[in-house]
Design a protein around this ligand. Structure first.
Ligand code: 1HE
Length: 253
């Protein structure tokens, strides 16, 4: 069986991390399969869902591969993770994570590269790198650090504490808490709803908001106006506004 299962259900691609015996620990092979999908998503796919087989989302970096790397190899490996996580976040496809069990280390880095996170009650959100004598390398200082703030992330790493689902939602690590067995169906529902938005609006949300967060206030406001100028003069904007006034559902491209 491949390490990444890809199931395209009309406009939605469901990606299942499929190393259940290793709690879906991220091997180089699995990372490169995720990269491959987001480099060239299949035609017609408008949103993706990422989930894990066997009751866990992802137990982080495959530690059995990590021990074999030297400093230079680890540097390049970390930069490789950054490239893949950036691609997950910025391919243009909205990505929804269906979270169960371990959302640990690199698993949390993957989850926070996705745009919507839906968590079942058994989730464990943890950055245990400090307990393993290592450091995060897949983007957590930027993504998790910006969600939690540097103070909370430092404490999370120093103590290796585990956050449960309700705490994770309160902190912003996840967006929805659902019941056992409900994350994937809810993720599909949310992905379908997002896929029904105008593609250019989705693109601007994914590309624009995270970038603007890195800009000065004045640059951010200018880029917002540019994004608005593109989105609001698109054919889908004409359709979206007409549909609202006609009291009907819009039919976007
Ligand atoms: C693994 C990994 C892994 C499990 N790499 N093999 N991540 C961690 O430090 C998390 C490590 N894992 C755990 O804390 C636990 O495995 C879990 C809480 C996720 C699940 O516990 P449990 O009791 O269900 O399973 P288990 O018996 O601990 O693990 C089952 C098998 O999966 C076992 O292998 P086996 O050959 O003995 O059956 C484990 O060794 C294996 N396994 N997790 C390799 N991560 C870009 S930098 C990011 C840096 C990081 O991500 S550091 C955090 C790494």
């Amino acid at each position: 069986m491949p390490d990444l299962l890809i199931d395209v259900q009309d406009t939605i691609a469901v990606l299942t991390l499929n190393r259940p015996d290793k709690r879906n620990a991220m091997s180089d092979g699995l990372l490169s399969e995720i990269d491959g999908f987001f480099r060239t998503p299949p035609d017609g796919v408008r949103a993706a869902v990422i989930t894990g087989a066997g009751g866990h989302y992802c137990a982080g970096l495959d530690l059995s591969e990590h021990v074999a790397r030297d400093a230079e190899g680890t540097l390049h490996h970390s930069r490789g993770w950054h490239a893949v996580m950036d691609r997950v976040q910025g391919s243009g496809l909205p990505v929804v994570s269906a979270l169960t069990g371990a959302v640990i280390g690199g698993g949390l880095e993957l989850a926070t590269s996705t745009h919507v996170r839906i968590a079942e009650p058994d989730c464990i959100f943890q950055l245990p790198e400090g307990r393993r004598g290592i450091f995060v390398g897949g983007g957590a200082t930027v993504r998790v650090g910006r969600i939690l703030g540097p103070d909370r992330m430092t404490e999370m790493m120093l103590t290796g504490r585990k956050y449960g689902t309700d705490e994770a939602v309160a902190l912003g690590l996840a967006h929805y808490a659902v019941g056992a067995g409900e994350a994937l169906p809810r993720a599909l529902e949310v992905a379908r709803q997002i896929a029904g938005n105008a593609p250019l609006s989705n693109y601007m949300m994914i590309q624009g908001i995270a970038r603007i967060a890195d800009m000065s206030r004045q640059d951010g406001l200018f880029v917002e106006s540019m994004a608005a100028a593109l989105a609001q003069t698109s054919p889908d904007a004409v359709e979206g506004l007409a549909a609202f006034l006609d009291k009907r559902a819009p039919r976007f491209r």
